[in-house]
Design a protein around this ligand. Structure first.
Ligand code: ZN
Length: 195
């Protein structure tokens, strides 16, 4: 990368993410990445314009970006790690913990997914969708993730996972602090509904 990364506030960086070309869940990922120290984001980008816009965005703000042939992209705050993260995911051996940790998921939740196994992950996610989350733990309900309305981007290990709540609370506070921000309006609305 020869171009100099620009300086900019978190909200400026978030405003410029090419969200219209990405899946709705990308909003959750980038809020966590930019405002909550999530070290990297892995996302499916199913169109060339989206990939191009994402690469440009990474160049502008000095983030590492990698794309593989299967349409997975990775954005990382640490140069050189994005392609390594995509490689972890392509490995044939069990890699749930290594991948999850690289993406900033809590160790307890990575451990749970490793126990479940990658092949059973969909049925585990379906079971989690039926859990009831009480009080503040409603913020770790991952069910709205696909539609961009969640405060975590991983599957929690329990409906009372404090490590997940610590992440969700940071995202929650960020959304509250930027309540008037158009890019966050849907997330803010979902928060009001769930409060
Ligand atoms: Zn956990």
């Amino acid at each position: 990368m020869t171009t100099q990364a620009q300086e900019g506030s978190v909200i400026e960086r978030l405003r410029t993410v090419p969200l219209r070309l990405l899946r709705p869940s990308a909003l959750v990922d980038f809020v966590l990445f930019l405002a909550c120290e999530k070290p990297a984001v892995r996302l499916t980008v199913d169109n060339e314009d989206g990939l191009e816009a994402l690469r440009k965005w990474c160049g502008r703000w000095g983030f590492d970006c990698a794309v593989d042939e299967e349409g997975f992209a990775c954005v990382s705050s640490e140069l050189g790690t994005a392609s390594r993260i995509l490689e972890i995911d392509r490995r044939a051996d069990a890699h749930e913990i290594e991948l999850g940790r690289a993406l900033g998921y809590p160790a307890c939740c990575c451990g749970r997914v490793a126990e479940v196994g990658e092949s059973e992950i969909d049925s585990y996610a379906a079971a989690v969708a039926r859990w009831s989350f009480e009080g503040a733990y409603r913020r770790i309900n991952p069910i709205g993730y696909m539609s961009g309305r969640a405060f975590i981007s991983h599957i929690p290990c329990s409906p009372a996972c404090d490590a997940s709540l610590a992440i969700a609370d940071r995202a929650y506070r960020f959304v509250i602090e930027h309540a008037g921000e158009p890019v966050l309006s849907e997330l803010y609305r979902s928060l009001v509904v769930s409060a």
